[in-house]
Unconditional design. Structure first.
Length: 485
């Protein structure tokens, strides 16, 4: 008999002319019964008239499937393959259950099993599931024409502005996050308690947090240095490789006392069911703070823009923020900040004297402890408390409130307020909208644009971002295409 300590190998064979949903269900069913899935793709000679696609293409399709660990061309009787591989389990489709199966005699000689099943009919095609992360919904984006008319903004001039981002040197510092989207298939309600029961089908990961802010900046054309603290784990390796692919010069300082922050979103049918965060919120120690400061100092030597992307997970203790700000101000670098508060923790006003801050209404109210006043009064109170030059107050589906110092924007009327509506009326995933708005608005200011142009381009970037699921960096070509539509 087979020892239970040996990894369970599962074997499947077939023609696989096209990997249709039935095949995907069968492969998933097979993978769930073992540790290592081997697939034999019948050669053109063995399959004969049943082979409608050349063998090399059929093999390539099967190898590309995430559940398949190994695949090869099967050019001999399947019984001979089984004698050589001796898999613990052979899986065949349900339609073979009441037929003669030559595999059974071989399996009985060493204690292998023959299982029949085509997977649960409720499982969707993996390709259809992953389309959610690759297909953007940008048809519902509309430029804020009345806002643009009020401030003399011309689409072609804004497109030219976006192209100038390529001349900027940017330093981003803050909390790196790995975002995991776990797509689930709903199974129904639990019979024991009123709980929805799902089963995971696929997992997709993205660089998030301050990392995606840096990736957005690179996607928009800027030269980017990114400084953050991570754990020593697989998530750090994923982030390092991802940031490299995004053309971000990443300086990830390892802290063996914490994991790399990871946020999981369990989704089904396009909706988020549950979020789970794996994190450590204590401030980094003094030794790590010195390492962060040194990396930022080196990046600021040639920087046009410094971005604080704070999630209150310990990467930016106040003493470190103050030291970085002293360096930036000494060198005349433009500084912007966002401090996201997922709980009652967070204070955007601790970033003093910023050229731009981009809090949500809730974050502004947490900082000012003001739960009653209107938005304009709230923005002015936060402006005085933080000494910020410009505030973009994020209002979710209601858009954006701009509270701006007129003397910095060609006027002498004191503090001016205006609003940009939400530009995408059919958002697919609001996660990451604030990050794209932050960096696009900041790049606009750093390239010489005023706050009105900054708010408009930032809102447009956010509209692009919410039109797809997951954190994918906004590209300068996307912004220009929307301005040219």
């Amino acid at each position: 008999m087979l020892s239970s300590s040996i990894p369970r190998t599962v074997f499947v064979s077939g023609n696989f002319n096209v990997l249709h949903p039935g095949h995907l269900r069968l492969l998933r069913f097979a993978k769930e019964y073992g540790d290592y899935l081997i697939v034999g793709v019948q050669s053109d000679r063995i399959a004969a008239n049943a082979a409608h696609v050349p063998e090399q293409y059929r093999l390539e399709m099967v190898k590309a499937n995430s559940w398949v660990d190994e695949a090869f061309l099967l050019d001999e009787p399947v019984t001979e393959v089984l004698e050589r591989l001796r898999p613990a389990i052979v899986v065949k489709g349900k339609e073979h259950e009441n037929r003669f199966n030559p595999e059974l005699a071989i399996l009985e000689t060493y204690g292998g099993r023959l299982l029949f099943g085509s997977g649960e009919a409720t499982f969707s095609s993996l390709e259809l599931i992953r389309n959610e992360f690759t297909q953007a919904n940008l048809n519902t984006i509309q430029l804020p024409e009345s806002f643009m008319d009020r401030h003399g903004l011309i689409p072609s001039a804004m497109a030219t502005r976006v192209k100038t981002f390529a001349h900027l040197q940017v330093c981003v510092v803050g909390d790196l996050i790995i975002d995991e989207y776990i797509t689930c298939q709903p199974l129904g309600m639990s019979q024991e308690d009123p709980t929805i029961v799902v089963t995971p089908v696929d997992t997709t990961r993205f660089v998030g947090g301050a990392g995606i802010v840096a990736a957005h900046a690179a996607g928009l054309g800027a030269q980017v240095n990114f400084v953050s603290v991570t754990g020593i784990d697989q998530a750090q390796n994923f982030a390092q490789e991802g940031l490299k692919n995004y053309r971000v010069n990443a300086h990830l300082i390892a802290d063996d006392s914490r994991p790399t922050t990871r946020k999981q979103r369990f989704r089904s049918k396009g909706k988020t069911l549950l979020r789970v965060s794996h994190l450590h919120q204590a401030s980094i120690n003094s030794t790590l703070q010195i390492q962060v400061l040194n990396q930022v100092a080196a990046a600021l030597a040639d920087a046009d823009l410094l971005v604080f992307s704070d999630f209150n997970y310990g990467c930016l203790p106040q003493s470190l923020v103050d030291q970085i700000l002293d360096l930036a101000k000494t060198q005349g670098v433009m500084v912007v900040a966002d401090s996201q508060s997922s709980s009652q923790v967070g204070d955007i006003s601790r970033f003093q004297g910023m050229d731009l801050i981009t809090p949500t209404e809730r974050e502004a109210r947490l900082s000012t402890r003001n739960s009653e006043d209107g938005l304009v009064v709230l923005a002015e109170q936060l402006r005085r408390q933080s000494q910020a030059n410009n505030i973009l107050l994020k209002l979710g589906e209601e858009g954006l409130l701009i509270h701006a110092d007129s003397t910095l924007n060609g006027s002498s009327d004191g503090w001016l307020t205006d609003r940009v509506p939400a530009l995408n009326s059919a958002a697919k995933d609001v996660a990451g909208a604030g990050d794209s708005l932050l960096i696009t608005s900041a790049l606009t200011l750093a390239s010489g644009g005023n706050i009105w142009e900054s708010a408009c381009l930032g809102s447009l970037a956010a509209a692009i971002q919410v039109g797809r699921v997951g954190n994918t960096p906004v590209q300068c070509e996307e912004l220009i295409a929307e301005l040219s539509a």
